[in-house]
Design a protein around this ligand. Structure first.
Ligand SMILES: [Zn+2]
Length: 737
């Protein structure tokens, strides 16, 4: 899953015209924009000599990924449905381990976690009045795609739904957000003890937030259906003729409250290694207490059109040819029986041991489990990853090791609660806090249809902590997009198209530096305070988490040439290699500070802050100090690096300090009410949307000024600490041994 990142990208206009934060260091400049032209230019964090070698290595690396091989991987991993804890998913773990060994990877290990899992025993839905209707809860087969006929494709269910048998009146609650229930109340409609039906995304919010909201409102059960206005015929041609969802497609998923604490619900904050202590499921904060089910619009339509109550206002209407009503006359019988019991999950792990700095790790990963075949989610990412590991393994077989250790992981149970990555992160927390340079996550590498994307192609839509944004932009100049342009040019062109910008965006406006949840980066960023980057292409895609998200969709509609898969492998590999091989770690804290100023400005302009009760002037000043320290350190160190005025000891000492900065954004107490989330710059809302300065922002939104002042104070302290750290790094650097 990766939905939140796509749906919550903010407008970037303010940064499009802001002064470029990272065009200051001359040697980091790469004016050339074609892959060939930059062969002579320098690379952020590399000495001139090492940059030449790195460019040579990257050229070799980039010649290795093959679209045909990506297609083969894609077919292998989409051969059968493979949800977490299924036999097929476990077989794929074994297969992957064998392949990685063959490719030359080292220390290939299967990590087992015993976790609370959830799968359906029996599920049914019928309308009992005013007419009888039995919902199919299945997706139709299509002759053109034999995979859709496989009985192993599950029917309708939600991971971690409560079990229950409920007969009650049906109420339509639009998107199921709190303001929707407010409107129902204004219309004199209570949902207490009723079954609520809501639409998937208008506006987008995570289905687990809809479940919690329905539970809090006292509803007896929840149905979530896919209205064609969001992902069906209103948007364009439907499967198998186009990328959008046909009448019977349904969006499975988990409804876990993992925005409170992710991972195995019964081991909040520690790893589910065999023999670990587990809390009782009744005590788990992340487990829903309401039964729920996803529906296709075909199963939802008879329920909605038989209502007789008052009509809904225009914004509540979907695209079905019916009159949308709040309630009236429709009785529904819902039966959900879930098997919620312990099952083993498997994380596959391997590494290429670093030749010089084996105790500094660059981690890459993708999840393996899928709701059905997972053509986009996650197998597009898996196919890109298998080409990445094959190509990096090939370099090692030719005698070229990375300077730092590269670790690769195939996560399990991401779809349930980000479970595999969370448990693995919790198990190795102490090592990761010390050694992890960055985590580069790819969930869906190609979540869009190249066949309907137009001449500019699919959108490259990465996200990264702001300190890594400049190196990502720089790397994109050396990778070619399927359109034939450099990835950098393609990125600018599609962002201009998508956001209807009057001119190409500036470099700092390219990278999304606001990071929500919804994928495996969460534990590394929010719990362990390590820098993360998320890569992927996006476009038209309406079969998310359905049985039609399969090999046919990808090979006929999504990426028929598989060139987007390999373009993604290339940018993933180039960024991985640069982080692994650089002399000075390519973090840019001036860019980090520029993003923080922007976040703080947004909080102020949201008009919720009373400046007499919460003065933020000093915080702006602290960020400005941090920005200046970051800029001066970067200039001093990179200039010395360019002129050869360095020593390995100086660089090693500097890197140790650079690695510390992200850790200093952690507050061990966590953000108020959610202690697992320790990062004070980044968290996710309950909807999965990105949330900056989470403790401060939530306190401001609750008009809790005492708490807001405390949270502002924490930020102040962390900024002072990091500014002092950069200053001390600079004076140590300038002493020159
Ligand atoms: Zn996914």
């Amino acid at each position: 899953m990766r939905e939140s990142l796509v749906k919550t990208r903010p407008e970037c206009l303010s940064r499009c015209i802001a002064a470029s934060a990272f065009l200051i260091v001359p040697l980091a400049l790469s004016a050339q924009t074609t892959p060939e032209a930059s062969q002579t230019s320098l690379i952020l964090g590399f000495s001139p000599v090492n940059a030449v070698a790195e460019h040579r290595l990257e050229t070799t690396f980039q010649s290795l990924p093959s679209p045909e091989k990506a297609r083969e991987w894609h077919r292998i991993f989409t051969a059968e449905p493979h949800p977490a804890a299924s036999e097929q998913n476990n077989k794929l773990a074994e297969f992957m381990a064998r392949e990685w060994r063959t490719q030359g990877w080292e220390d290939v290990t299967l990590r087992r976690y015993d976790v609370l899992h959830s799968s359906p025993r029996s599920v049914s839905l019928e309308m009992t009045a005013p007419v009888h209707f039995q919902a199919s809860l299945r997706e139709d087969p299509y002759d053109v795609d034999p995979d859709t006929k496989n009985p192993a494709i599950a029917g309708s269910y939600f991971g971690y739904s409560a079990s229950g048998d409920v007969t009650a009146e049906l109420v339509y609650a639009h998107s199921g957000n709190p303001e929707d229930y407010e409107l129902l109340r204004k219309n004199g409609i209570s949902v207490k003890g009723k079954i609520v039906i809501v639409r998937y995304s208008n506006p987008y919010s995570y289905r687990g937030f809809k479940a919690l909201t329905a539970e809090r409102e006292g509803a007896a059960a929840l149905l979530i259906y896919s209205d064609p206005a969001e992902d069906g015929y209103t948007r364009g041609k439907v499967f198998p003729d186009g990328p959008w969802g046909p009448e019977s497609h349904m969006q499975r998923g988990a409804i876990t409250y993992d925005y409170i604490v992710p991972g195995d619900p019964t081991t909040p904050g520690w790893a589910s290694v065999p023999g670990a202590k587990h809390i009782a499921p009744e005590d788990a904060r992340s487990l829903p207490k309401i039964p729920a089910l996803p529906l296709s619009w075909r199963d939802a339509k008879p329920l909605l059109e038989n209502m007789t109550g008052p009509e809904v206002p225009a914004p509540w209407r979907g695209a079905l040819p019916i009159t949308y009503r709040f309630t009236g006359a429709v009785q529904v019988h819902l039966h959900v029986d879930m098997d919620t019991s312990m099952k083993p999950y498997t994380v596959v792990e391997a590494r290429l041991r670093g030749s010089e700095l084996p105790d500094e790790w660059v981690l890459v990963g993708n999840h393996r489990d899928a709701w059905a075949y997972g053509g986009v989610d996650p197998v597009s990412g898996t196919a890109s990853m298998m080409e990445l590991t094959r190509s990096l393994g090939e370099l090692k077989q030719r005698g070229v090791r990375p300077r730092r250790t590269i670790v690769v992981c195939s996560w399990d149970g991401e779809e349930y609660a980000l479970t595999g990555s969370t448990e693995w992160g919790e198990q190795f927390a102490e090592d990761l806090k010390k050694k992890l340079v960055a985590y580069l996550n790819v969930d869906e590498s190609v979540a869009g249809a190249a066949t309907t994307a137009g001449p500019e192609g699919l959108s490259f839509e990465p996200a990264a902590v702001a300190s890594l944004a400049p190196m990502l932009v720089e790397a994109s100049k050396d990778v070619r997009a399927p359109s034939g342009k450099s990835l950098y040019e393609a990125w600018r062109a599609t962002l201009m198209r998508d956001k209807k910008l009057p001119a190409p965006p500036s470099d700092p406006a390219l990278v999304q530096t606001r990071i929500g949840s919804g994928s495996d980066h969460t534990v590394f960023l929010n719990h362990l305070g390590r820098p993360v980057m998320l890569l992927g292409f996006t476009g038209e895609y309406g079969v998310y988490h359905s049985g039609y998200d399969d090999h046919f969709w990808m090979s006929h509609i999504g990426d028929p040439t598989f060139e987007y898969h390999t373009a993604l492998t290339r940018i993933w590999g180039v960024t991985t290699l640069r982080l692994s091989n650089s002399d000075i770690l390519p973090f840019d804290f001036a860019a980090n500070a520029a993003a923080l100023q922007e976040f703080l400005g947004e909080l102020e302009s949201a008009d919720k802050i009373d400046p007499r009760r919460l003065p933020l002037k000093q915080l702006h000043q602290r960020i400005a100090d941090f920005e200046r320290a970051g800029k001066e350190l970067r200039e001093a160190t990179l200039q010395d690096l360019a002129s050869g005025n360095t020593s390995p000891e100086r660089i090693q000492h500097l890197n140790a300090q650079l690695l510390q900065v992200e850790s200093n954004w952690l507050d061990p107490a966590g953000i108020p009410g959610r202690p697992w989330f320790q990062h004070i710059l980044y968290a996710a809302r309950y909807t999965y949307a990105h949330l900056e300065f989470p403790g401060l922002t939530e306190a401001v939104e609750a008009a809790n000024w005492k708490l807001a002042a405390e949270q502002a104070n924490l930020l102040d302290t962390a900024l002072v600490k990091n500014t002092a750290l950069l200053r001390s790094a600079q004076s140590a650097w300038q002493k020159k041994p």
